[in-house]
Design a protein. Structure first.
Length: 423
């Protein structure tokens, strides 16, 4: 098939996605080894060493292939003034699908990871309730549980894009504070019902058992809606990094409210005004007033391939691939541009479009060696459309840095090098 036969979907090389199926690997461009080419050229097929003798047998606990160890979370250097504080980021550019492996789920700790023995841990529900309750881990395991796939995103994710100069980063370094898992646990509404919430209660204060005593206030209507006491993550007990033995999971909302190592839930009339909802996690406006309690994470998407610091080593057809999510619902549409936002084409959504979970999208793109600016723009089931960086800055000014969900622009130059840029 000749280049000219490809049906255009938008400017600068975006093509109709049915071509990806028609072309197959052999049609994608030069230098691609495939079984088809090997057969045509009558090449001799060598039997590799690993096919000639049995390998090791079954094991009690699995580890990943040694050939995939380059996929790592990136943890910053430890800060002696902030023991255990900091974050590690998921290697988004290496992952596919919508579930983040537990070992690569991003982390954000304010005082490190406590080593909690579940046998000595308690969850207390008190405050404005008819009957204060104390649960052990064993008690909670006896309750009926539900399983839901939800993303988790730190509200500080992507903040580097609000600085004056575009950082020369990767999908991981700029956007790696988002991950997605199947969370299994007890609907909080079940436990609240058992405790009996007093009529005047409006808020719920959640506190963690780590040395940071992380506390956050959550409006009671959300607590009754879809909040979980999560005990399992992708089928295994919640990892220590993610809050073992239990965490609050608040779907679609800024990661900070999903309090890890959860030990207390107190029903109150007013928000408690914890440190992390006053001096932190508020958005400072141009007049220096601060917006408090910006809970749902915005409608957002990101191209993960090609992405920052990758390079295209041949001209031809590429599959643009990425992820999209929204705290407001499910992803209903993802558009992609190869000309910096002048023209757009609809990408295919490859995954289930479930509420507050990651979606995976793709679209084929013909790169003919010229400059390009690749962007993606998500729309969610409430009709929210991902904004440009300019729109975010115009709306919020330059003092605010949480909750950035602007469109990411990756510039491709004539050498095929991909860099973060401001379009
Ligand atoms: N107890 C406690 N809960 C916490 C934190 C913490 O430091 N301590 N960090 C919060 C922040 S800022 C985020 S973004 C998420 C990160 O969850 P993860 O580490 O499982 O990705 O946990 C939240 N819950
Ligand atoms: Mo966070």
């Amino acid at each position: 098939m000749k280049k000219t036969d490809l049906e255009k979907a938008a400017g600068n090389g975006l093509i109709n996605r049915r071509h990806l199926l028609q072309l197959g690997l052999a049609g994608l461009g030069s230098g691609v080894a495939s079984s088809v080419l090997a057969a045509e050229n009558n090449l001799k097929i060598e039997i590799p060493g690993w096919s000639k003798q049995p390998g090791p047998g079954a094991s009690a606990y699995g580890v990943r292939s040694g050939h995939t160890e380059f996929m790592q979370r990136s943890a910053g250097a430890p800060n002696p003034l902030y023991p255990g504080g900091g974050a590690s980021r998921s290697p988004l550019q290496h992952l596919q699908g919508t579930i983040t492996p537990n070992s690569l789920h991003f982390e954000r700790h304010h005082a490190g990871i406590p080593d909690i023995d579940p046998a000595g841990h308690q969850l207390v529900i008190n405050g404005l309730v008819k009957q204060p309750l104390v649960f052990s881990y064993e008690d909670l395991l006896k309750y009926p549980m539900v399983s839901r796939i939800y993303f988790l995103e730190c509200s500080g994710n992507s903040r580097a894009l609000l600085g004056p100069n575009p950082p020369d980063g990767t999908a991981q370094s700029i956007h790696g504070l988002v991950s997605c898992a199947e969370w299994t646990g007890i609907p909080l509404s079940t436990l609240l019902e058992e405790a009996g919430v007093e009529d005047e209660a409006r808020w719920l204060a959640a506190v963690g058992a780590d040395a940071a005593s992380m506390g956050r206030s959550i409006p009671l209507n959300k607590a009754h809606d879809d909040v979980l006491i999560a005990l399992f993550q992708n089928g295994e007990p919640v990892r220590p990094e993610q809050g073992h033995p239990m965490r609050l999971f608040v779907p679609g909302w800024e990661g900070n409210v999903s309090v890890k190592w959860l030990t207390q839930l107190k029903l109150t009339r007013e928000p408690v005004q914890f440190r992390d909802e006053t001096s932190k996690y508020t958005d400072t406006l141009p007049d220096r007033s601060s917006e408090q309690f910006t809970f749902p994470m915005g409608c957002k998407s990101l191209i993960t391939s090609p992405s920052g610091q990758m390079s295209l080593n041949r001209q031809g057809v590429y599959q643009i691939n990425g992820m999209a999510w929204s705290g407001g619902g499910s992803i209903s549409r993802v558009e992609v541009s190869a000309d910096g936002g002048r023209s757009w084409a609809d990408a295919a959504i490859e995954s289930n479009q479930s509420e507050k979970a990651l979606a995976r999208f793709s679209i084929p793109w013909q790169w003919s060696g010229g400059d390009a600016i690749l962007q993606s723009r998500a729309t969610d089931s409430l009709g929210n459309v991902q904004p440009t960086r300019e729109a975010i800055l115009a709306d919020r000014g330059r003092l605010s840095f949480y909750h950035n969900h602007c469109i990411q622009s990756w510039a491709v130059n004539g050498n095929g090098e991909v860099r973060n840029t401001y379009a």
